[in-house]
Design a protein around this ligand. Structure first.
Ligand code: NAP
Ligand code: G4F
Length: 343
């Protein structure tokens, strides 16, 4: 008998990769999307899987709509990937972020509790929970100290997931995932912003790009490997929380240098702070400029994940790290710039 998986946030990066994985595993995949004036199934189209998925209109803000969706879909597993997921945006839209990314989780858990508490549930928790972390690397026992409205909303989502596990015996898992990227990553996130800009510079379509804090470090992995970890969590005997990370971190500055290296260009940094610029070593052209507009009211300077519990209990391990990841993403963006009609 085919299992049915319901994925909220199907139009996002992780939604697309998880759907692809579950289809390969023989699941009947149903994707939740919210109504917009223009449909945005481009990631599903890029993976060639749109026609294989049943799409159901759902909004995390509307509990009644979620109850109806869970009644109709009758899923065995629900993966809650929907969120206002852009940290910078959360400072400008803290209430909306709280409602979607925080309370939205309760809306969905209530739908499960009311319709069928036997459904297995995955919540997309995040390394943003750690914020100004008291220790490094961070693991499942590291205290949380979020630094953005997004992080605070996710903290609520994380604890309400644990609360429904403990109160109603729902098989609810929280994956504390560190940053994970891919060619399907949104253009507003820093890695994709860099690969897209470097590709445009390579083809003479852009002279330079602007960036925020160059020295923050993140533990960046490959989204395709992380969605597999989500599925693995729901196949365990008992629900639990797991960190997925690479246990390596790199700065935004390193991302820029590595991406230019891939196209045989070297960057020389000049000045400091808000005035810093990056020039091409050979030609002297300015390719990067810091713009304080991209600084955040509160920043997380350094995140590094310890995924040893996931390795031990799920047999999950990342294989693609910084250099290879940047190469995969840049290659995809170079192809998109070379063949703009296909993208
Ligand atoms: P993403 O690309 O930004 O996708 C977010 C998805 O949520 C989109 O499909 C979006 O739909 C949907 N959404 C937003 N508001 C909604 C609403 N009110 N109702 C229904 N759907 C709504 O994010 P992602 O990178 O795939 O991440 C997936 C999840 O993992 C998110 O919860 C994110 O916070 C979390 N996470 C991500 C990372 C990471 O590094 N990628 C790390 C840790 C945790 P539209 O297309 O209509 O906007
Ligand atoms: O790419 P980012 O916007 O990702 P951020 O804030 O780490 O959040 C992502 O990862 C989280 C997991 O830890 C997810 F939960 C969340 O949903 C999202 O997927 O920024 C990364 C870092 C930040 O420190 C930011 O200040 O890069 C810095 N940065 C520097 N210049 C920039 C820029 N970020 C963006 N987006 N744009 C810049 O120009």
């Amino acid at each position: 008998m085919k299992k049915t998986a319901f994925i909220t946030g199907i139009t996002g990066q992780d939604g697309a990769y998880l759907a692809e994985l579950l289809l390969k595993k023989g699941y009947h995949v149903v994707g939740g999307f919210r109504r917009l004036s223009t449909l945005n199934f481009s990631r599903l189209d890029e993976l060639g899987i749109r026609e294989k998925i049943k799409l159901v209109e759902t909004d995390m803000l509307d509990a009644s709509n979620l109850i109806r969706a869970v009644q109709e879909v009758k899923p065995d597993e629900i993966y809650n990937l929907a969120a206002q997921s852009f940290v910078a945006h959360s400072f400008k839209n803290p209430i909306l972020t709280g409602n979607i990314t925080g309370l939205g989780v309760t809306n969905l858990l209530e739908a499960i509790r009311i319709v069928n508490p036997g459904i297995r549930f995955y919540q997309a928790s995040t390394s943003e929970l750690y914020g100004a972390a008291a220790e490094s690397p961070q693991n499942e026992n590291t205290p949380f100290k979020p630094r953005s409205p997004y992080g605070v909303a996710k903290l609520y989502g994380h604890w309400i997931t644990i609360n429904y596990r403990e109160s109603y015996d729902i098989f609810a898992c929280a994956g504390i995932l560190f940053n994970h990227e891919s060619p399907l990553r949104g253009l507003e996130f820093v890695t994709r912003k860099i690969t897209d800009s470097v590709a445009k510079i390579h083809y003479g379509k852009l002279k330079y790009f602007e960036i925020g804090n160059l020295d923050v470090k993140r533990d960046w992995g490959y989204a395709k490997e992380y969605v597999k970890g989500m599925w693995m969590m729901l196949q365990q005997e008992k629900p639990d929380n797991f960190v997925l990370a690479t246990n390596e971190n790199h700065s935004v500055r390193e991302w820029i240098e590595t991406c230019f290296n891939h196209i045989d260009r070297q960057i020389l940094w000049e000045d400091k702070g808000e005035n810093e610029i990056g020039r091409d070593v050979k030609t002297g052209e300015i390719l990067v400029k810091v713009n304080p507009e991209y600084f955040r009211p509160a920043e997380i300077h350094d995140l590094l994940g310890d995924y040893s519990k996931a390795k031990r209990e799920l047999d999950w391990e990342p294989h693609i790290k910084h250099r290879e990841l940047s190469e995969i993403m840049l290659k995809a963006d170079l192809e998109k710039q070379a063949n703009p009609k296909r993208s």
